[in-house]
Design a protein. Structure first.
Lengths: 564, 378
């Protein structure tokens, strides 16, 4: 009996359980625990001991009593809905033109159309003021030529424009993907039955890509109601929930109230998710088949030129703020003057005196978090795909939660979770790494899940029947085959972490300022030159990481964003 | 064949059951499967998809854990040993070559795990690649090889470390028809040369008949019959096996008289059978279903030929080595189509002609009438 038990013990492979169990523990400690704690704490008044007897709705009552809270809520909703609307207005036609007409420069549009997703939107936000503000260049021209002044860009209009310009690519890329992979025979069969070209678009083409548009719209909504940087810079008195949360944390250090606002923010997102699922489930869609047949291109010359002009316009307008950042960084002053004057490297000299530490911090934090996210994310996606877990959806949901939640909410959760209790990390670099890695792990998780599900299980079985233990198989077969997926996820993770602001702004401490925090501080103290020099450095770092990855992976940038 | 008849039993499977539990329902994939595999033989698991043949193979490999039952290999209990300690070679349906490794590294993989010296690895890889008939491809990646070449590499990778057991899971299903015939001869040759006990899974009965020492025909998680290819073909145990292997005609009839029994059909036609044929004696004065293969019948242009069934030629198919006649006979006013294979065209018989079909009584075999529903299920 004992001998048999020992034999069974010897036969049992511990390594996978050990390694994969560790990944699951990290999942529980760093995601499940802080997120449930923030939910619990939002029902506790500040100063009260956390306990079942002290449960209260006091933190939420502000939404009915305070006008600031109520307007912040309505503003957030306005921003979210407007950004979805405008992103669709820009993204859907652009996708149609690039996918379905003879518009030239398709690769160019696809590549530059992806850039706004990677470039942090807050960096360019201030440029809108330089360009379209009361003292801006455009207003100067309009005033001298037509005696006309643009409406004030501060507040809602600026916030909505700036966010839309950084979110429309989601609609553009997702719709484009659906358009080119839709079966061209469906359109042809509509045409052969006598439908006109416009009728085909209206009754066949567009309805087939609606799931993609809805998916894109959902991401746009989540991004815009969770954006902190843009309303912080362009909002002025125009408060939204993320800036209100920030106000509660930095102003009063009232984490319980911040948690309650965060909950409301989350409810908005959850509502949007449910709505999008309702919309897509109401209609039945045939799965879009992948035929080798390429998408049908409209021969119209008119559409070709309209498309080219439209796409060029959108691309130019969306990258204008970042171009302004780069150009301004090489001048001695623009803010307050009509044109940029006197080109010099003065701003950069200054940056290397005062901002070396934030650059080093950002590089260190982004790298560390990316490495951690890659290791844990890869293991978790392995569990997700290869182990037949009953509760697979729980794993999936837990990993993906920080992706769905606004960055500032994740920041609050991590701060609440690790500023008291067993594991105290607040004030250290580790709390930033935790916040960073759980927010970016979904990228790694998704891209490795995709590459892992494309690997034939038999390949791993072949290795194991040949005599390789689980660890050997994982090391020599699974990992090398997953490597492109890991790398793609890691690059997106790293490059978006370099300019991460909304989580950072809650978790940073005096010793651990990042590039993004430094930029915001310079902007607030009206030192535009150094802010833009630092912004330019950030843009260059992000773009070179992406460029390098494209070289190694040999795929286009727009393809790397397939999984979002 | 004869030398293996008394061969030592290396792998013994006893009362294997496997139940897959899904969310809503469970599927019994294996239902009381027992097999004995002899040393050095090529044993085939044959059956339609979903019959449990691949599940059996995966239980032997260790990728599936049987719900109950035992698998013993040379007296050792296999069930508690993980796949990588079983010392088995396996060829997968998709070949499952490591796409990121060269051909050499693919084949050398098992040897590296066994920590052989570099020289020995090189020696053995070269030898096995020669055995499977591929050279000068070692530096290439799997994706640069043709399907047939990948197949050989998969075989080489499975054999190079001298496994005690070789498992082949539908290895030829991804090849085109001609290559399939060639490769099954190659597999047989290599298996004989390597003298390795082999279990081969296929749904292709022709492949199974041509390659195997013994065959287990499986259906719905159960073993229907185990035997040599000729036993299975000539003496199937049930209508199901008879129908699955090769082409078969089934005719309802009644056995009358003794001495020389008479098969009486519903069409009131009768055929006299020699006393010694098949199992006909035991059906005396009872109904049964006559099983006869297309090549065990003959066509006569004279419709009044004695001792035969009358019918009408519906279709004549020229298949190269044989000519197949589809003939409609009347069973109690219901038309039934039967297949008759002839070595060459019967002179003077064209489509639409009335003919007589002669049954070679020596090979005729009867099945109980109840088994008829096995046929309708297929």
């Amino acid at each position: 009996m004992a001998r048999e038990f020992r034999q069974r013990l010897k036969a049992f492979e511990f390594t996978p359980y050990l390694v994969l169990g560790l990944a699951l523990i990290i999942l529980v400690v760093f995601i499940a625990y802080p997120l449930s704690k923030v939910v619990f704490n939002s029902f506790i008044a500040k100063g009260d001991a956390p306990g079942l007897r002290n449960l209260t709705l006091a933190n939420f009552s502000q939404f009915s009593t305070s006008t600031l809270y109520r307007s912040a809520f309505l503003n957030t909703l306005t921003v979210g809905l407007s950004c979805v609307l405008f992103s669709c207005l820009l993204g859907i036609p652009m996708a149609y033109f690039v996918a379905k007409t003879q518009t030239p420069l398709k690769t160019f549009f696809l590549t530059l159309g992806t850039l706004p997703l990677i470039l942090p939107p807050f960096v360019g936000a201030y440029s809108w003021i330089l360009l379209f503000g009361r003292q801006g260049v455009v207003n100067y021209f309009l005033e001298t030529a037509f005696n006309y002044k643009l409406p004030d860009i501060y507040g809602a209009p600026g916030v909505i424009i700036a966010i839309t310009m950084s979110t429309y690519p989601f609609i553009f890329l997702l719709t484009y993907g659906a358009l080119i992979s839709a079966d061209p025979y469906i359109e042809e069969s509509a045409e052969i039955m006598g439908a006109s070209r416009w009728r085909v678009i209206r009754t066949v083409t567009l309805p087939l890509v609606i799931p993609a548009i809805v998916a894109g719209a959902l991401i746009v909504f989540m991004r815009s109601v969770g954006n902190f940087g843009v309303p912080a810079i362009l909002g002025g008195n125009f408060y939204v929930l993320p800036t209100l949360i920030h106000f509660q944390v930095t102003g009063f250090f009232n984490l319980n109230a911040a948690g309650a606002i965060a909950m409301v923010n989350v409810v908005l997102v959850a509502f949007a998710i449910l709505l999008s699922q309702y919309v897509t489930s109401k209609r039945s869609y045939v799965t879009i088949t992948s035929t080798t047949q390429a998408a049908r291109i409209s021969p119209s010359k008119f559409l070709k030129w309209v498309g080219t002009i439209f796409c060029l316009g959108v691309i130019f307008f969306s990258l204008l703020p970042h171009l302004t950042v780069i150009i301004t960084s090489f001048t001695e002053g623009w803010a307050g003057t009509r044109y940029p004057n006197k080109f010099s490297l003065q701003n950069y000299r200054r940056i290397f005196e005062i901002a070396l530490v934030p650059i080093r911090n950002s590089l260190f934090l982004a790298t560390t978090a990316t490495v951690v996210a890659s290791v844990i994310g890869t293991l978790l996606s392995y569990i997700n795909v290869r182990r037949n877990l009953r509760a697979r959806w729980i794993l999936d949901l837990t990993v993906m939660l920080p992706f769905i939640l606004p960055g500032i909410v994740v920041g609050v959760a991590i701060l609440i979770g690790f500023s008291s209790g067993l594991l105290i990390l607040s004030g250290t670099w580790m709390i930033l790494v935790v916040g960073f890695f759980i927010r970016r792990m979904p990228y790694i998780f998704r891209s490795t899940t995709a590459s892992l599900s494309q690997i034939d299980v038999a390949v791993e079985e072949a290795s194991s029947i040949t005599g390789a233990s689980w660890l050997t198989t994982f090391r020599k077969i699974t990992l090398p085959l997953m490597a492109p997926g890991i790398l793609a996820g890691a690059v997106i993770s790293f490059s978006t972490l370099m300019g991460e602001l909304s989580t950072t702004v809650i978790l940073y401490s005096a010793r651990w300022k990042t590039i993004s925090v430094a930029i915001v501080e310079y902007l607030f103290s009206a030192t535009i030159g150094p802010a833009y020099a630092l912004g330019t450095i950030l843009i260059v770092l992000v773009l070179s990481a992406i460029f390098l990855a494209n070289r190694i992976l040999g795929r286009r940038m727009s393809q790397m964003f397939k999984m979002v | 064949m004869t030398e293996q008849e008394n061969g030592r039993i290396t792998l013994s499977i006893r009362n294997l059951r496997k139940i897959f539990r899904g969310k809503q329902h469970q599927v019994q994939a294996l239902d009381d499967v027992s097999l004995d595999i002899r040393e050095g033989e090529l044993f085939t698991l044959l059956g339609p998809s979903g019959c449990g043949k691949t599940t059996t193979l995966r239980c032997i490999a260790g990728f599936e854990k049987p719900s109950s039952g035992r698998i013993d290999f040379l007296g050792r209990d296999f069930t508690s040993i993980p796949p990588f300690r079983r010392n088995i070679g396996m060829v997968f349906q998709s070949y499952a070559l490591f796409p990121h490794m060269s051909i050499f590294e693919n084949v050398a993989y098992g040897l590296r795990i066994r920590k052989l010296s570099r020289r020995e690895i090189e020696d053995r890889v070269n030898r096995i690649i020669q055995l499977v008939g591929l050279e000068a491809t070692q530096k290439r990646k799997p994706s640069e090889l043709s399907g047939g070449q990948q197949q050989r590499i998969a075989l080489a990778r499975a054999l190079v470390y001298d496994p005690q057991l070789l498992l082949l899971d539908e290895p030829l299903s991804n090849l085109d028809a001609k290559l399939r015939v060639y490769m099954r001869e190659e597999i047989r040759r290599i298996q004989q040369q390597a003298k390795v006990t082999t279990i081969y899974v296929t749904h292709d009965q022709e492949e199974a008949l041509s390659i195997s020492d013994r065959i287990a025909v499986m259906h719905a998680g159960k073993v229907s019959q185990i035997g040599s290819p000729d036993e299975i073909y000539e003496n199937p145990i049930s209508i199901r096996v008879a129908d699955f292997i090769g082409q078969a005609n089934f005719l309802a009839c009644t056995v009358r008289g003794d001495g020389n029994p008479l098969l009486s059909f519903r069409s009131n036609e009768t055929i006299t059978i020699t006393n010694s044929s098949g199992n006909i004696q035991s059906y005396q004065d009872r109904e049964g279903i006559l099983f006869v293969r297309p090549e065990q019948m003959e066509i006569s242009g004279d419709p009044n030929h004695p001792n035969s069934l009358r019918g009408e030629v519906k279709v004549i198919l020229y298949l190269g080595s044989v000519v197949r006649y589809y003939i409609e006979i009347f069973q109690n006013h219901e038309p039934q189509e039967i297949l008759v294979d002839q070595d060459r065209r019967v002179r003077g018989v064209e489509t639409g002609d009335p003919v007589a079909v002669l049954v070679h009584g020596q090979e005729a075999k009867l099945f109980p009438t109840e088994q008829k529903r096995q046929l309708e299920k297929v």
